[in-house]
Ligand binder design. Structure first.
Ligand SMILES: [Zn+2]
Length: 335
């Protein structure tokens, strides 16, 4: 790489000149975070007037559809244009039947959201773990060397789930399971069901991360046995992320995601600079809760640290920022 300076050095060049005033700093600012880029994840559970706090995520609740519509409306009014829905069903089984039930918790909530807030963009997480009694993201089968999560038999269930979300009115479906070939299966199912216009945002590079800890309380999706290392990515791998993203793009992903975000800025940067596709970064539960916990002790300035962390995702190359702090951030950005 050549020098970023065409000629000379100090004292001709004094970078501090452009930092003299707030207006000057704003003029030359390279990256901005804006509310239009934010997506707020929300957790839907059955019932009415239910607001169940998630202990490890202050300010985050499992919400019945009526309450979820209320919170989505408040976020929308604050300037957040999109939500990402997760469902916690009343009953789990070995076929994840709640994931693709016509009147499943996500399907019901999507219909209600699209009726009450037609301008809100509704994204749905497509996975099986919240609906499986064992908590894995696919169909499992016991074998001589332990229980395995089966890839190909999971694809049909994922595809059926995505199509049922689209039928309920989802604007974008977002598969998060990390099974091989699922984007292709979902694209085919959507097209066949008349939803060739519905985009897929794939969790393309999703790492097996300890930062998901608090989410598993929120979505009640912790695996009952084993771990997710056989399908989510190894935190040490970067080239592999490029292969994962390339496969999803070839299979029809319209938007690709890197998850988690803050500990994977290099991956966000590589994905964006290699594929030049709309790229999302998911600031996961652990990233959110770390800041909340430190702020509650007076150790960090919650607003400043949250804005700095999310801006770093934009600087790394993310176009879309998924964060539990979306509503607060939208408010701060207006100040
Ligand atoms: Zn899952």
């Amino acid at each position: 790489m050549s020098s970023p300076l065409p000629y000379g050095g100090f004292p001709v060049h004094r970078p501090r000149r452009l930092r003299e005033s707030p207006a000057l700093r704003r003029l030359v600012r390279e990256t901005r975070l804006s509310a239009e880029q934010l997506v707020l994840p929300l957790f839907a559970r059955p019932g009415r007037k239910v607001r169940q706090p998630v202990g490890s995520m202050p300010g985050v609740f499992q919400l019945s559809p009526d309450e979820l519509v209320r919170d989505a409306g408040l976020a929308f009014a604050a300037g957040v244009p999109s939500v990402l829905l997760f469902g916690i069903p009343g009953r789990k089984d070995e076929r994840a039947s709640g994931a693709y039930a016509r009147n499943g918790i996500v399907q019901q909530t999507v219909r209600l959201l699209k009726r009450e807030l037609p301008g809100l963009l509704v994204l749905t997480d497509v996975c099986l773990c919240e609906y499986m009694s064992h908590g894995h993201c696919g169909v499992v089968k016991p074998g001589p060397r332990g229980t395995r999560v089966l890839n190909d038999p999971s694809l049909a269930l994922l595809a059926r789930t995505a199509a049922s979300h689209a039928e309920a009115g989802a604007d974008i479906v977002a598969p998060s399971d990390m099974m091989d070939g699922r984007v292709r299966a979902i694209r085919a199912a959507l097209d066949q069901a008349g939803f060739s216009h519905t985009p897929i945002m794939s969790y393309a590079a999703k790492y097996a991360s300890a930062f998901y800890g608090p989410f598993r309380d929120a979505a009640e999706s912790a695996p009952k046995f084993g771990d997710r290392l056989s399908y989510q990515m190894d935190a040490a791998n970067s080239d592999e992320a490029m292969r994962e993203v390339a496969l999803d793009v070839a299979e029809g992903a319209d938007i690709v995601m890197v998850k988690p975000a803050l500990a994977y800025l290099d991956i966000i940067h590589r994905v964006k600079s290699t594929f030049r596709l709309p790229t999302a970064a998911y600031a996961v539960s652990g990233e959110f809760s770390m800041i909340k916990a430190a702020a509650a002790r007076g150790w960090l300035d919650e607003k400043a640290v949250t804005l700095e962390a999310l801006l770093s995702l934009r600087r790394a190359g993310a176009d879309i920022v998924i964060t539990y702090a979306a509503k607060e951030v939208a408010g701060w950005l207006k100040e």
